[in-house]
Design a binder for this molecule. Structure first.
Ligand code: GLU
Length: 487
C-alpha cells in the first residue's frame, strides 16, 4: 500500500481564513489517521496579491493551532522547495511541453480585446469564455508573433465536446460539460504560472495521493484532469469540502463576523476549542458527542463522514465550546492565559496573588479570554456603577435600604474583614432586621458589584478587603439613596 500524502496549499493572503483552517485540519486528521504525510505548500504565484510577512504569519498561526506538518518551507523535505515562486522553472518547462503536445496554445489577445469580448458575452447573457481565436492560429502565425515579441499567455486547450467525469470522495460522481469550460490561462503574460498549472505539477511531483480542499475548487477539476491526462500522470483522489456558511446560510463573510484565525486568537479562544469546533464544520462523528481531543479526532475522522451540504459557522456554539475548554484548564494555566487580557484592558495586575484570586473568582462565567476584562471589572474600579435596570429596581425596595444601612453600620465596628467575619456580620443583619435570603443578599451584592449576577460574594469580600467594601457601600448610601431622598 502506498503512503497517504496530502497537502495544505494556501495562498498567502496575510491571514489564515477559518475555511483554510478547516482544510488544513481535515488534511492533518486524514494524514495522521492513515499514518501518512502532510505537506505545507505555499501557492504564491499570484504576484499581484503578494503580502510581505504573510508566510511567516501563516506558519505561526498554524503552530498555534497545533496542526503539524511533515514537509514544508520551514522544515524542508524530499520534494522541495515548498514555495511555488521558487519552482518557476519547473512550471515553465511543463507549460512548454503542453504546447508541444498541442494540449495548450499561445494566446496573443490583448486585455482590451478580452474585455470587449467579455462585455459582449454578458450582454448576450452568455457565460464569459475565451472565444478561441488564437487556438486557430497557424504554426507560422504563432512563430511570427513570438519573434515579434507580442505579449502572450499560454492557454489550456479544453476539448470542445464530451464530458469530464470523476469520482469525488465526498460528492460521488461529478460530471462537467467540456464545451462550457474556458480555455484556462496556464501561464500569464508576466511568465508566472497560474494556480491551475502550478497546483497540478506540484501535486504530481510531491506525490500527493489525496487532494482535500474547499468546494470552490470543484469547477477546476476538469481543467486539472486535462493536464494530468496530457502528461499521463496518475490522478490523486479528490475530496471537496462543503462551503462554510453564515447563520443566514449565505457564504461565510467578514461582514457577519470574524473570518481570520488570528482574530479568534486575539479574542481569547483556545486553540483546542477552535480546532474542536472547526472539526465539526462538515464532519460528524455519527454520535451525539461534541467535545473531542485532537487524539480522538485523529482516531475518529473519516472523509466518508463529511457532508455535502454547507456547514453553518455558529459563533454561539464556538463560545459555548470555548467556555467548556476554559473551565477545564488548570488554575495555573487559567491565570497565565487570562492575565494578559486584564493587562490589555489597562488593569493593574502587578500584585500577582491578587490577580490570581480575581481570575479564579470570575473565570467560570466567561466564554473567551477577552470576556475576563468585563467579568473582573469591579475589582479594578474605584466606584460602583449601577447600570443594570434590574439592580436599580431592587435597590428601591424598602428592605434593601434597611439591609444596606444596617450592614454599613456594622462595618464600622470592624478592623478587618474576611469571609468568616462577613458571614457573621450577615447573620447579625438578618437577626436584627428579620430580612432573609435573596432580600438579604441581593442588596449587598448589588452594592458591591453593581449587578445582580457575578462572582460569589465571599470571593468579592476577600479580594476587596474592608476599606473597599466600606467605600462601595458608602457610595450607594450617598449616591443612590440620597437621590431617593433618604437620610
Ligand atoms: N492555493 C489554493 C488556495 O488558496 C489551493 C487550492 C487547492 O488546494 O488546490 O486555497
Amino acid at each position: 500500500m502506498t503512503t497517504v500524502r496530502v497537502r495544505f496549499a494556501p495562498s498567502p493572503t496575510g491571514y489564515l481564513h477559518v475555511g483554510g483552517l478547516r482544510t488544513a485540519l481535515y488534511n492533518f486528521l486524514f494524514a495522521r489517521h492513515h499514518k501518512g504525510v502532510l505537506v505545507l505548500r505555499i501557492e504564491d504565484t499570484d504576484r499581484s496579491r503578494y503580502v510581505p510577512g504573510a508566510v511567516e504569519n501563516l506558519i505561526r498561526t498554524l503552530k498555534w493551532t497545533g496542526i503539524t506538518y511533515d514537509e514544508g518551507p520551514d522544515i524542508g523535505g524530499p520534494y522541495g522547495p515548498y514555495i511555488q515562486s521558487q519552482r518557476l522553472e519547473l512550471y515553465r518547462e511543463h507549460a512548454g511541453k503542453l504546447v508541444e503536445m498541442n494540449r495548450a496554445y499561445y494566446c496573443f489577445c490583448t486585455p482590451d480585446r478580452l474585455e470587449n469580448m467579455r462585455r459582449e458575452q454578458m450582454a448576450r447573457k452568455q457565460p464569459p469564455k475565451y472565444d478561441g481565436t488564437c487556438r486557430r492560429l497557424s504554426p507560422r502565425e504563432v512563430q511570427q508573433k513570438l519573434q515579434e515579441k507580442v505579449p502572450h499567455v499560454i492557454r489550456l486547450k479544453m476539448p470542445l465536446e464530451g464530458e469530464t467525469r470523476f469520482e469525488d470522495m465526498i460528492r460521488g460522481e461529478v460530471a462537467f460539460q467540456n464545451a462550457l469550460i474556458d480555455d484556462q490561462i496556464l501561464v500569464k503574460s508576466d511568465g508566472y504560472p497560474t494556480y491551475h498549472l502550478a497546483n497540478v505539477v506540484d501535486d504530481h511531483y510531491m506525490k500527493i495521493t489525496h487532494v482535500i480542499r474547499g468546494e470552490e475548487w470543484l469547477p477546476s477539476v476538469p481543467k486539472h484532469l486535462q493536464i494530468y491526462r496530457a502528461f499521463g500522470w496518475e490522478v490523486p483522489r479528490m475530496a471537496h469540502l462543503p462551503l462554510l456558511l453564515n447563520p443566514d446560510r449565505s457564504k461565510l463573510s467578514k461582514r457577519q463576523g470574524d473570518v481570520a484565525v488570528e482574530d479568534y486568537m486575539a479574542k481569547g479562544y483556545l486553540p483546542e476549542a477552535l480546532i474542536n469546533f472547526v472539526a465539526l464544520l462538515g464532519w460528524n462523528p455519527g454520535t451525539e458527542q461534541e467535545i473531542f481531543s485532537l487524539k480522538e479526532l485523529i482516531e475518529r475522522f473519516r472523509l466518508e463522514r463529511v457532508n455535502k451540504a454547507g456547514a453553518v459557522f455558529d459563533v454561539q456554539k464556538l463560545n459555548w465550546m470555548n467556555g467548556v475548554y476554559i473551565r477545564r484548564l488548570s488554575e495555573d494555566r487559567l491565570v497565565e492565559f487570562l492575565t494578559p487580557f486584564l493587562e490589555k484592558k489597562g488593569y493593574d495586575v502587578s500584585d500577582r496573588e491578587r490577580t490570581r484570586k480575581i481570575i479564579l473568582a470570575v473565570y467560570k462565567g466567561i466564554d473567551k479570554g477577552e470576556d475576563i476584562a468585563e467579568a473582573a471589572r469591579i475589582f479594578f474600579q474605584e466606584n460602583v456603577e449601577i447600570t443594570e435596570p434590574e439592580a436599580r429596581e431592587l435597590l428601591k425596595k424598602e428592605t434593601s435600604y434597611t439591609v444596606i444601612k444596617v450592614f454599613y453600620e456594622k462595618l464600622h465596628s470592624l478592623d478587618r474583614l474576611d469571609v468568616d467575619i462577613f458571614k457573621q456580620v450577615m447573620k447579625e443583619v438578618q437577626t436584627e432586621t428579620g430580612i432573609r435570603k435573596q432580600d438579604l443578599w441581593m442588596p449587598i451584592r448589588i452594592a458591591l458589584t453593581g449587578v445582580t449576577h457575578g462572582p460569589e460574594l465571599p470571593y468579592v469580600i476577600e479580594i476587596f478587603g474592608l476599606e473597599k467594601v466600606k467605600s462601595f457601600v458608602r457610595q450607594i448610601l450617598e449616591k443612590v439613596y440620597r437621590e431617593q431622598g433618604r437620610p
